[in-house]
Design a protein around this ligand. Sequence first.
Ligand code: C2E
Ligand code: CA
Ligand code: CA
Length: 450
Amino acid sequence: MSEHPYSQIECSPTQTDARLVDSVLLGELRQDGICDRALNGWRFLILAEIANFAALRRHLGKARSETLIVDFGARVREALPDARVVAVGREMLEIAFESGARLALDVAIAALEGAFESPFDIDGETHDIQPRLGGAAAAPHRDEVHLIEAAEQALAEARIERTPVALDVAGSTEAIDRAQLVRDLPVAIENEELFLQYQPKVHLRRQQITSVEALVRWNHPTRGLVLPSDFIPLAEETHDIVPLTLWTIRRSIEDQKILSRAGHDLRVFINISGVLLADAWFVRQACTLVEQSGAQLGFEITETSVIRDPESAIANLKVFAEIGIVIAIDDYGAGLSSLAYLKQLPARELKIDKLFVTQLTSSNRDPLIVRSTIDLAHALEMEVVAEGVETPAAMALLSVMGCDMIQGFLISRPINIDALIHFLDDGKALALATDVRAPFNRLATVWKRA
Ligand code: C2E
Ligand code: CA
Ligand code: CA
């Protein structure tokens, strides 16, 4: 039995072979022979929250609002009788089920939307309970953690896009046939199968989003979403990284124009692999693209990439800096660090690797490393970005330490350009950054005493 006070409210009996919507959907699919994964068992998790909880609570009072989740859960159980439904708070349900068909997730989401179309009778009054839905699908070989992460990401996107979002857990390296990916990659670049997501960086003192980082993804025609860690290293080996990065620069320039037309002038940072820093042809092409467009770009590079061929890397970085590209040192602390090179780089930003940031408030050593890195960067007249900020406590501590900017799931996951525009219009991130003050004050004392 779970310890959570709400978790007992709506637990269905465990049904290990729960096959949601199979009766409706899979019968047809199997007959058609379409569903070749029927026996492999896709797993699904939908996070459903009461979108209008605050309004209902104001209307119904605190005591009644505490049990709204029971009404919410009952309606979900009616719509999806074979799913396991667990309350994880007074506003949210986890809905888990399995099926032989990937399509079951979309069918379930549609069923849930339909179920909430009719109003509720709450203590004799009629009220709408509006669900917000984020769902994820995991193929058989994917683990539970990836499924939960994907469902959380889907819900975060659903909050921004105000529509249900369904995501697939990305394919993993083990499952991916590298040789095939290598063959597919040049075609992917030509066929526009790659796309960019953007993750904002928030300036803590200015309480403003000052820039975004572009992160590439591959929408593979048969494998679904493939993340960069599965294909960037391959692209570096085959040198497809050159056309890939030029595509990224072009796309970022176009998206920056779209952002600007929507009233948001932001610098766009692009990740530049080390192998490109010694490639004179790439450097010329990249400079031409940037100069012709007048775009405000930044390049994120790792120190390790400079150490490989310092002379040409430093010379090329200076060329980039001279035409107005802001250089940021990425993943600082994760690889080899050399103060000798750090001083010579024309970098204006230093990004502390998320390895140190995600454990900031639970480790004794990491706060000291982060603190001294911030001081070092400031001494070298660089601004500091902490990446991988996931909790308000980490944000507060970083703020006290004098960190200039933060980036991480707490502010936003990487999102598509449309969602980014919604996000910027909403000003939610700024509200979050303002919220830092309460924990900030508390942690300031802790930090000073430590
Ligand atoms: P990176 O540059 O260090 O990018 C940050 C990675 O951390 C991203 O993963 C991002 O989704 C993830 N992340 C962001 N916030 C958080 C957080 O709060 N917690 C945690 N745990 N993770 C967070 P992603 O998108 O999978 O990118 C992985 C790496 O792939 C990037 O690491 C970068 O090195 C590389 N990459 C991405 N796009 C490109 C590209 O266009 N070109 C090149 N050369 N490399 C790229
Ligand atoms: Ca980066
Ligand atoms: Ca990084």
